[in-house]
Structure formats: structure tokens, C-alpha cells
Design a protein around this ligand. Structure first.
Ligand SMILES: [Zn+2]
Length: 470
């Protein structure tokens, strides 16, 4: 019996300290691998081919044709074959049809009309807002990616200009640039993916943006009512002019706008696009802006964000307010080499999301309060994504804009993460056999939807489109 004499040999205070001290357990942490700027995404040869196919000269030809219709105000003439929004949309529809013909009918081309109340024009209480859509059906026809631009134009910066249906409104940059990019994406995707991808893609060219996002609001509602899940609702708007009014030039960046909160689907989409930029673009940089849009301005991604989906706006870095919503928004101010790079940023995004298994749905994180960890671990779960061979959990500090570590959790839909998510954010993504990775589903998931505060612009309603900043 050696223990008893040993205990008795200790002075009373030392014995108390020995017994009261916590057991020196090493905290259990999940092993992870560091992530760089590309976030562990893998290059895909077909995506590279699509980027190569995007043609500045075709973008130039499309924008030139759009400008030739004089005005594309949503309330302008619809009967003329040469001037007004009716002629413009018939031309866009014919272009989509021609693209589809070349791929054996791979696109489903449609006019997407809606009679919309325009409260601010007493002379014309309702207007027929007609989007032009090209659908590239995927193997999964319920999950869609929308890439859009708006073909309507205005001279909104002139008094009454939002409803001026006759003054020439070239809209070469706003948003002939975005519309041209979307048509070019339809063309290049039809060529490289005539049988579609995993998710379905909608190439959307909207009307009614300048009267308050009317066309995109209609399409987002139509998709919601139709039971679709939009994986990403994105817009190219004001995406081709590289020179500000003071002469400053920036032709090497594109801004992406991604809405709050920090774990929103839009922010996860923004992180994904940012990483893809590091993977695919050379000499051209994606510049993430962590807000829904420019201050007091809006765009056609917002109806998707407000539906609880991921939304994103692509825009040039320097805007020229002397050219916006005015007869001076002219063709010669659009740089088509630059616009091609914006279209490439769109293409890498759309193709990567569409090729991957869908983003894990119904992702949840629950504190493991009564388990062995005593609250230091989190139980993660998600729905299986068809085609996934495994899942990865990504982790970042709350102050980090991009994920910093990855855990390969294998082909499971439940996982106990020994990381304290009070102090970090996590996300889960699906990986297929070819290494295609989905966007991350945020963990914990974001709070319930809140409506964004759209500040009214001078002389315009609260739901103003891209009106000028005061
Ligand atoms: Zn616009």
C-alpha cells in the first residue's frame, strides 16, 4: 500500500489544488487543410474553351444593333420594325432562335410577357413588359441559374425621361452591354453544351428595368410560383464603359455586388465568383463588393435576393454619370474587349455552378450541447445532392471574407464538426466524380428574409431601377 502514505505526505493545500484542478484534456478539433484564393476549385477544360469562344466583335455587333433601334424605352413604339422596344425584342428573339437552330434546337426560346401596373404614369396605368428568354435545360429542370441583362433604355436623367417614349435613348452601356453579353453567353453555351449541363440555365434579357425592375420581378415571381429553385440570379448592368467622367480608366476589374448578411446565399455566390476569378481570369480581377448594389441604386438581381435566393450584380468599376440615362449613352463609349472579359466572368460562373451537383439544400448546424464536447462541437446536416461523390466543409473566421480551411468529410450528409461556430463560419459544398464543386451552403443558415430598404430616388418611387444617384 504505497498510495496512502503518498497522499498523507502532501500538505493539505496542495492536495486541494490537485483534486480541484480540471482534467488537462486536449481540446478536440477537426483536422483541416488550408485554402488559398482559388478555394480548392478545379479548372475545367470545357469552361476554358467557352471563355476562349467569347468574341468582342460579336458583342460589338449585338450592341450596335440594339443602339440602332433609337429608343428601347419600355413604353416606346412596339409596331415599327426599325424603331422602339418592339423591334428590339423581335430582333433579340430572332437571334436566340438562330442560336438554337445552330445547336439542333437546344434552347427553348420564348417571349415572357407580363401586364404590369406602372403607378407613376397615370396616362398609362399598365404596360406590357416583355422579357426575351433562352432556356438551356439541364438534367435537373427544377434548379435554375439565371444570367440576365436589360434591353430597355431610357433618358431618365432628363425631366420625365422615364416615360419619354420618343427621344433617342441609345443605352449602349445601360444596358446594351449586359444584353449583348447575355446573348453571347447563350451562343457560346449552345455551342459547347448543346445537351445542357446539370442545372438548367436561363439567359434572360429583361424589359422594364428602368421603370422599377419590372421584368426581373416578374420572372423571379414566375420561377417561385412555378416551384423552381434559383441557384443564382445574376445581372450584367452597366458593364462596358471603362472611363469615368474625370478621365480615369480601369479596364482590368469587374465589380460584383453581393448582399448582406455575411452568411447570405448571395455572399456565398460572391465568394464562389471571386475564387473562380483567381482560377480562370488572367489580367482581369473580380472585385467583390459586400453590399447589394451601389448606394441608393438597384438592379435585376434584387428580385432574386428578395426571394431568398443568391443574387449578384456584375458592373464596370468606374461609372460615367455624364453618359447614363441620357442620349449620350453612346456606342463609342463601350469597350468590347473589356465587355468580353465581363462575359467571361459570367461564363465561368454559370458553367461552374451548372456543371456541379446542386448546392446542398436544407443545410443545418446545431450546437452539440449535450454530447461529449460540452458545446464545443456542432452537428452539421444537409440533403444529398444527386451526383455528389463527397462533401467538403469549409471554415473561415468571422472577419475573413473568404474561406480559410477545408475538411473532406466524405460521402455523408451528417458530420460533427469540432470547431466552435460561435467564433467561425462554415459552409458545405458538394463534389462530383470529376471534381466539380458546388457553391457552399452557409452554416449556420442565414436568418429569415428581411426586405431591403430601397431608398427612394429624387422624382422616382421607392422601387426605382438604376436611376442616377442624387
Ligand atoms: Zn441598367
Amino acid at each position: 500500500m504505497t498510495r496512502l502514505p503518498l497522499r498523507l505526505a502532501l500538505p493539505p493545500l496542495a492536495l486541494f489544488v490537485l483534486l480541484a484542478a480540471p482534467r488537462p484534456l486536449a481540446a478536440q478539433t477537426t483536422a483541416s487543410t488550408p485554402l488559398g484564393p482559388t478555394q480548392g476549385l478545379v479548372r475545367d477544360a470545357t469552361v476554358t474553351a467557352v471563355l476562349h469562344d467569347i468574341s468582342p466583335s460579336r458583342l460589338r455587333a449585338t450592341d450596335s444593333a440594339l443602339v440602332s433601334f433609337g429608343t428601347r424605352n419600355t413604353l416606346s413604339d412596339t409596331l415599327s420594325s426599325t424603331r422602339g422596344i418592339g423591334a428590339a425584342r423581335r430582333w433579340l428573339h430572332a437571334q436566340m432562335e438562330a442560336i438554337s437552330k445552330d445547336c439542333g434546337g437546344c434552347l427553348r426560346v420564348e417571349y415572357d410577357p407580363a401586364m404590369v401596373e406602372v403607378m407613376r404614369d397615370p396616362a398609362r396605368p399598365t404596360v406590357n413588359v416583355v422579357n426575351v428568354l433562352g432556356w438551356l435545360p439541364g438534367r435537373d429542370t427544377t434548379h435554375v441559374i439565371v444570367i440576365g441583362g436589360h434591353y430597355d433604355s431610357c433618358v431618365c436623367s432628363l425631366p420625365g425621361g422615364g416615360y419619354d417614349t420618343t427621344t433617342t435613348a441609345p443605352g449602349a452601356d445601360d444596358d446594351g452591354s449586359g444584353s449583348s453579353a447575355v446573348l453571347e453567353l447563350a451562343r457560346t453555351f449552345a455551342k459547347r453544351y448543346p445537351h445542357g449541363l446539370n442545372a438548367t440555365i436561363v439567359f434572360a434579357i429583361y424589359a422594364g428595368e428602368e421603370q422599377g425592375l419590372l421584368g426581373s420581378t416578374h420572372l423571379a415571381k414566375r420561377l417561385k410560383d412555378g416551384g423552381y429553385t434559383v441557384l443564382a440570379g445574376m445581372t450584367d448592368d452597366i458593364a462596358g464603359d471603362v472611363q469615368a467622367e474625370d478621365g480615369t480608366v480601369d479596364s482590368t476589374h469587374v465589380r460584383i455586388f453581393a448582399a448582406d448578411p455575411d452568411n447570405s446565399p448571395s455572399r456565398e455566390l460572391g465568394r464562389y465568383v471571386w475564387a473562380l476569378g483567381h482560377l480562370y481570369l488572367h489580367g482581369f480581377t473580380v472585385n467583390p463588393i459586400w453590399r447589394i448594389d451601389r448606394i441608393q441604386r438597384g438592379g435585376d438581381h434584387m428580385p432574386y435576393v428578395e426571394s431568398g435566393w443568391a443574387g449578384l450584380r456584375f458592373s464596370e468599376p468606374l461609372e460615367n454619370y455624364n453618359h447614363q440615362h441620357l442620349p449620350t449613352d453612346q456606342f463609342q463609349f463601350v469597350n468590347f474587349g473589356y465587355l468580353a472579359n465581363v462575359a467571361r466572368a459570367n461564363a465561368m460562373t454559370v458553367a461552374s455552378i451548372a456543371a456541379a451537383p446542386i448546392t446542398p439544400q436544407d443545410a443545418r448546424a446545431v450546437r452539440e450541447a449535450h454530447g461529449a464536447s460540452g458545446g464545443q462541437a456542432w452537428a452539421l446536416s444537409w440533403q444529398p445532392s444527386p451526383g455528389a461523390v463527397k462533401y467538403e466543409v469549409l471554415i473561415r473566421r468571422t472577419i475573413s471574407p473568404q474561406y480559410e480551411r477545408v475538411v473532406d468529410v466524405g460521402n455523408v450528409t451528417n458530420y460533427v464538426l469540432h470547431t466552435q461556430l460561435d467564433d467561425e463560419w462554415a459552409g458545405v459544398r458538394a463534389v462530383d466524380a470529376n471534381g466539380h464543386r458546388s457553391m457552399t451552403a452557409p452554416l449556420p443558415s442565414p436568418p429569415p428574409l428581411r426586405s431591403f430598404n430601397r431608398a427612394p430616388e429624387p422624382g422616382r418611387g421607392a422601387r426605382g431601377g438604376s436611376g442616377p444617384t442624387p
